[in-house]
Write a protein that binds this ligand. Sequence first.
Ligand code: MN
Length: 134
Amino acid sequence: MVQHGGIAAKKILVIEDNPQNMEVVRMMLKRADYDVLTAANAGNGIDMARRALPDLILMDIQLPDMDGLSATQILKKDQGTCNIKIVALTAYAMKGDREKMLAGGCDDYISKPFRYREFLAKVEKILAMDVASA
Ligand code: MN
């Protein structure tokens, strides 16, 4: 595991309505020393993103109040939040999904069910891209 040392932990907002998926994601991120914020619907997630300005958002696609791609577009069109990386969490593992998520404004996507190593590798990769492009 990467040691963060004195550097502040990266802040990750998870927007997910399924309590079990949320707990799995939250535990994986906490174990890797990330600072985790959570929201169970798109509306609260958007509010929290605007207030907390996380380094990364993990966005479920099927949410109760709004789909995750619509929420992504709202955040990407907002000057205050447009630079936050957004990774879609999708249950669909069908061909063409990646293109759909990227066309929807997401920076990448992770398919459920989550596999720990693959999940963390993708999170680290996206956060590193953020630093490189800053
Ligand atoms: Mn969902």
